[in-house]
Design a binder for this molecule. Structure first.
Ligand code: ARG
Length: 463
């Protein structure tokens, strides 16, 4: 919609209203309406502070308080008419407040600017997202701990280069992701501590000559302190970038795990059965059960890291203090936050529901000469062979098994001794996958005992 009259908030020096295209490129109300609750909370804190410091009367502040609550309920109940001509959430709320309470509304903007207002609103919004991300990560970690505990001693192949490397335990593999998501949790918490400073009162850029109380508004809004430099307060968005950075790394971790689930649920692997609740069928191939949720989680990194790159690029090279470029911050962060929350929740559901296939995991664990390293270690330990020589002897035994079309434990003692005469029957003890994983007792290793110790540690840390 085009407003032909000049703007009611700043139209004093304007004779004409904006061109329709100008209005279209300028307005942010289409998306920053998501900041309504934060905007109203900020205004309520500001109004209360203006009265407490004697800058406005108590009766004006009371009218503002009630009026703002009315505006909030209108918005929450979908009865609010947003106006593009009023550009953004700040001016939409203030104009509606004026319509409800009249002249006192005009005093609300004393000692503040939309620049500190939007910085405050957006910080409050991002802070909520950091808290929501923390909750989402904790739920996902809880689901992983459940899977790890149930299969702490189940064996499966461990891979490097996606080639069978050594047997590992299912619990160990699940706990690897617990470590990753726990670091993501740490990043989110760190970012929250750093970002929890209140820009309100920085005003347009230089602070204000009114005797405002910034400690009071900061405290009211749950911030640890007011920000200490008004230029910085209105012009940086590093708090949003830290969120996007943490979100990107988390989405990258989700993507890797999702890729494993896609591979593991294929007919060629059959390591896990995904639940019907997190799969889809094919409209043409009746046998299909597709891991769509995992694929979409795998893909979310694209838009989340995209948002990170986009906002970093918007901020790069901006001179102090506020520039309208910064209005481009919000959609990126909104989209990244929405999709991260969705991906975390979908992954949690999938992990809770999935059924690891113990027999298939165990069968795969023993194939591909996965205990060759155990054999080499046995030659070192029992026969005192230098590791390099043991590596060579084991290689010859693998070649023998491969030629015969069998696995290492299927070679007879005579066949073993034809490669090295001192090998005795006790070698078979280390060729089994259960013995192999049980022997990996180094701290952080794959032995069920080690895995259970890590599960217990994380349970304690996270509760
Ligand atoms: N909608 C604006 C934004 O998101 C609010 C701040 C406007 N400030 C200004 N000086 N025009 O950045």
């Amino acid at each position: 919609m085009t407003d032909t009259t000049s703007n009611q908030m700043w139209g004093g020096r304007f004779a004409a209203g904006p061109d329709a295209i100008m209005e279209a490129i300028n307005a942010s109300i289409g998306f920053d309406r998501r900041l309504a609750a934060q905007d109203i909370a900020g205004s309520r804190a500001h109004a209360a502070m203006l009265a407490a410091t004697g800058i406005i009367s108590d009766s004006d502040a009371e009218a503002m308080r009630e009026g703002l609550l009315t505006v909030l309920s209108e918005i929450e109940e979908g009865r609010f008419e947003f106006s593009t001509a009023l550009e953004d959430i700040h001016m939409n709320v203030e104009a509606r407040l004026k319509a409800i309470i009249g002249d006192p509304a005009g005093r609300l903007h004393t000692g503040r600017s939309r620049n500190d207002q939007v910085a405050t609103d957006f910080r409050l919004w991002v802070r909520d997202q950091l808290d929501a991300t923390e909750a989402g990560l904790k739920a996902l970690i809880g689901a992983l701990l459940g899977q790890a505990e149930a299969g702490a001693d189940w064996v499966m192949p461990g891979f490097t280069h996606l080639q069978t490397a050594q047997p590992v335990t299912w619990g160990h593999h699940m706990m690897a992701y617990v470590e990753m998501f726990a670091r993501d949790l740490g990043r989110v918490r760190d970012a929250r501590v750093r970002m929890n400073e209140c820009p309100l009162g920085a005003a347009a850029l230089a602070g204000t000559s009114f005797p405002i109380d910034r400690e009071m508004t900061a405290k009211e809004l749950g911030f640890d302190r007011p920000s200490a430099n008004s230029l910085d307060a209105v012009s940086d968005r590093d708090f949003a970038l830290e969120f996007l950075g943490a979100a990107s790394i988390c989405a990258m971790h989700l993507s890797r795990f999702a890729e494993e689930l896609v591979i593991w649920s294929s007919a060629q692997f059959r390591f896990v059965a995904l639940s019907d609740r997190f799969s889809t069928g094919s409209s043409i191939m009746p046998q299909k059960k597709n891991p769509d949720a995992a694929e979409l989680i795998r893909a979310k990194i694209g838009r989340i890291f995209g948002a990170n790159v986009a906002l970093m690029t918007v901020m790069k090279g901006l001179p102090l203090a506020y520039s309208k470029d910064m209005q481009e911050d919000k959609e990126q962060v909104f989209d990244a936050a929405d999709n991260l929350m969705l991906a975390l929740a979908a992954m949690e559901g999938m992990v809770r529901d999935m059924a690891p296939q113990r027999a298939a995991l165990e069968a795969a664990a023993g194939s591909g000469f996965s205990t060759a390293t155990d054999l080499a270690d046995w030659l070192v330990r029992v026969l005192g062979m230098p590791f390099r020589e043991a590596h060579h002897v084991t290689g010859s035994l693998v070649a023998k098994a491969e030629a015969k079309g069998c696995d290492l434990p299927d070679l007879s003692l005579e066949e073993m001794q034809s490669v090295h005469g001192e090998i005795d029957a006790s070698v078979y003890d280390v060729l089994g996958v259960h013995n192999s994983v049980a022997s990996r007792m180094s701290y952080g290793g794959t032995a069920p005992e080690q895995v259970r110790a890590q599960i217990a540690r994380w349970k304690e840390v996270l509760t």
